[in-house]
Design a protein around this ligand. Structure first.
Ligand SMILES: Nc1nc2c(ncn2[C@@H]2O[C@H](COP(=O)(O)OP(=O)(O)OP(=O)(O)O)[C@@H](O)[C@H]2O)c(=O)[nH]1
Ligand SMILES: [Mg+2]
Length: 628
């Protein structure tokens, strides 16, 4: 993208909507995304900063008047400057606090969306982090009403879980002119931020009003940083800043801006969903659509519902992607049909494993293994179709071989060559020669035995006629020869059945190996999902414990106690979630195993039936031998 596009806008009815063109761009981005969003009061240099993050001087439109410029949320996707294989998505948002806007809820929605969609949230303000600046960030106090973690418990406050999914937070203070000193001692910018977020003891209304946004920032954004930017240049130049040559801008300002950009590109993480699934550009688009639609309908966006919706979209796409991997590989193989069964089977196994891999890479929260099952069924159906096509091709090839090998014999038949005494033996000899040559030419064909069986059956009509007409043979000899031929035909029938049986066994073995491989991949994926879930819980627990320690250290015992309870609750919920997930995974594996066993039992049944049929044929053949 060489320039930003409008991502989320307000429609004519005043409702938020996602721009289709932006979704189309995101749809193409298969890479994981690092999403940096900037929020803050209007006219504070947000768009300017975002341009710098994109490594440009222009891009997001800058305003030069007192009127607010950016409307809705704009997006710019650039390749990540330091993390190969990821895309940096910059979200520039409409300035907050412009009284000219009709809908007071609008700002809250923009703020919530920035929180929901980003992995790093930059809060931009001017001057100092004084009480007013903190109060300007009042939107944080509304987050617990604007975002839900779980869909159940409509009224329950689950905001203590926000830390698991919220972006990291950077406070960018522009036009900072003060010295970084507290009580005469030099402090870092982060210490300055912590100092500004310090709670005041007491329970009076004014203290509570003072503390509440601070508490929310501390609670929701445990990972926070502060950057102070000096005044960039002279006020007269300000309006031209965007288009100015960098040499004209104070070098200190540029240094800080560069440092800020470097920090953001090094420390911003890939956006993840609840449960830790990596967000790609495509998923980000779906996510934005889901959240915006929810907000527009007047409902509260819910992280869990979003994960469920994303999982559905992604899992369906994952099935398609897996199937595509399998099908395109098999289509290539089809060009060389007919092939030996073992070659088709091993390619099937390999491609089926690759398809499962492609599926696993994209899928997540396939809670009951429904999508993997659907992929497996579709692959098996295709496999059967390919096997069938291979058989048809093989049948055709075998028939061609036989037809060319038997052409001289057919010619002799036509010319009446076998209408003479002693011709039956000649005919049998010719037939035997054809059989021998055929066996050497078609020995690798899946349909070799069956086609030969069919051929011999057809030729037995001619053979019978020739036998009857052969004046050299006595009636008794004719009888014996007839029985001999019958036995040979039966033998061929048995060979064809045996071959079929062998092929069924091969298919069963392929299925057993595929299942093993699938189970292995499923287990890996489950381990990975469990690990992500555990890491997330640990991160949340860590930040809670850290906050608790700070509160205790600062003498806020009551608050620390509340936090301790919250931590306990978080621990309990995480443990419960892990147990549930483990149970869920166990059930999926069990389910897959059962299905596999059922399938194998069905094949075994087929196997048994074949065996019985073969035994009957065998018995029949020995009966006929006995009669001879
Ligand atoms: N004083 C000052 N001005 C700046 C700074 N950065 C950019 N500007 C200028 O401030 C004006 C507004 O900048 P924008 O980046 O459009 O501000 P914004 O926050 O995106 O504005 P809205 O989209 O209206 O909310 C432009 O003329 C910029 O050149 C800064 O650090 N300090
Ligand atoms: Mg702007």
């Amino acid at each position: 993208m060489d320039k930003p596009v409008c991502f989320i806008d307000t429609d004519s009815a005043g409702k938020l909507c996602v721009q289709q063109s932006a979704l189309q761009i995101l749809e193409q981005i298969q890479q994981p995304v690092v999403v940096v969003a900037v929020v803050g009061l209007y006219r504070t240099g947000k768009s300017y900063l975002m341009n710098r993050l994109a490594g440009k001087q222009t891009g997001f439109a800058l305003g030069s008047t007192i009127e607010s410029k950016t409307k809705g949320i704009w997006m710019w996707c650039v390749s990540h400057p330091t993390k190969a294989g990821t895309t940096l998505v910059l979200l520039d948002t409409e300035g907050l606090g412009d009284v000219d806007k009709g809908d007071p809820k609008h700002d809250t929605n923009i703020f919530s969306l920035a929180v929901l969609l980003s992995s790093t949230l930059v809060y931009n303000s001017r001057g100092t982090i004084d009480n007013k600046a903190v109060m300007d960030l009042q939107y944080v106090t509304e987050l617990s009403e604007c975002i839900k973690v779980k869909s159940s418990d409509e009224d329950a406050d689950d905001s203590s879980e926000f830390v698991k999914f919220f972006p990291s937070f950077i406070w960018a203070v522009r036009d900072f002119t003060l010295e970084l000193k507290i009580d005469g001692k030099d402090v870092t910018e982060d210490e300055y931020l912590e100092f500004a977020l310090k709670l005041k003891p007491g329970t009076s209304r004014s203290v509570m009003e003072y503390n509440f946004p601070r508490e929310c920032i501390q609670k929701f954004f445990p990972s926070r940083k502060c950057f102070t930017f000096p005044f960039p240049t002279t006020p007269e130049n300000m309006s031209r800043l965007g288009s100015l040559d960098s040499a004209d801008i104070s070098s200190e300002f540029l240094k800080v801006t560069d440092h800020f950009c470097q920090f953001v590109s090094h420390d911003s993480c890939v956006k993840r969903l609840k449960d830790g699934h990596t967000v790609t550009g495509r998923v980000l688009g779906h996510l934005a659509k889901t959240y915006v639609d929810t907000i527009s309908s007047g409902a509260v966006p819910c992280l869990e519902n979003a994960v469920i919706a994303m999982a559905m979209i992604e899992n369906e796409a994952a099935v398609k992607e897996g199937l595509q991997v399998y099908q395109s590989g098999m289509e290539k193989l089809k060009g060389s049909f007919p092939l030996e069964l073992k070659d088709v089977s091993s390619k099937h196994q390999h491609l089926s494993s690759m398809a499962t891999q492609a599926f696993m890479k994209r899928s997540f929260r396939d809670t009951d293994g429904k999508y993997l099952k659907s992929l497996e069924e579709k692959i098996n159906k295709l496999f059967d179709e390919y096997l069938c096509q291979n058989k048809q091709a093989s049948k055709k090839r075998c028939e061609e071989i036989l037809s060319s090998l038997s052409a001289p014999m057919m010619e002799k038949l036509k010319k009446g060559f076998y209408a003479k005494p002693g011709a039956y033996d000649l005919f049998c000899k010719d037939l035997e020669d054809i059989g021998k040559k055929y066996n050497s030419q078609a020995k690798k064909e899946v349909k070799a035995e069956e086609v030969l069986e069919e051929f011999l059956k057809q030729k037995s009509v001619d053979s019978k006629a020739i036998l009857q007409a052969d004046k050299k043979l006595t009636e008794k000899e004719k009888k014996i020869k007839e029985e001999k031929e019958k036995a040979a035909l039966l033998e061929q029938e048995i060979r064809a059945k045996e071959e079929k049986q062998r092929q069924l066994e091969q298919k069963m073995e392929a299925e057993r190996q595929s299942n093993e491989e699938r189970m292995r991949q499923m287990k890996d994926k489950m381990d990975e999902e469990m690990k992500l879930q555990r890491e997330e819980a640990e991160r949340a627990m860590d930040s809670k414990l850290r906050e608790q320690a700070v509160l205790l250290q600062k003498g806020f015992k009551e608050k620390a106690d509340v936090m301790r309870q919250e931590t306990e609750e978080l621990k309990r919920r995480s443990a419960e979630a892990e147990t549930n997930r483990a149970r869920e995974f166990g059930a999926i594996l069990e389910n897959f195993n059962q299905r596999h066993e059922k399938f194998m039992a069905m094949m075994m049944q087929q196997h048994r039936e074949h065996m019985m049929a073969m035994q009957q044929t065998n018995a029949h053949s020995s009966d006929s031998c006995c009669t001879m």
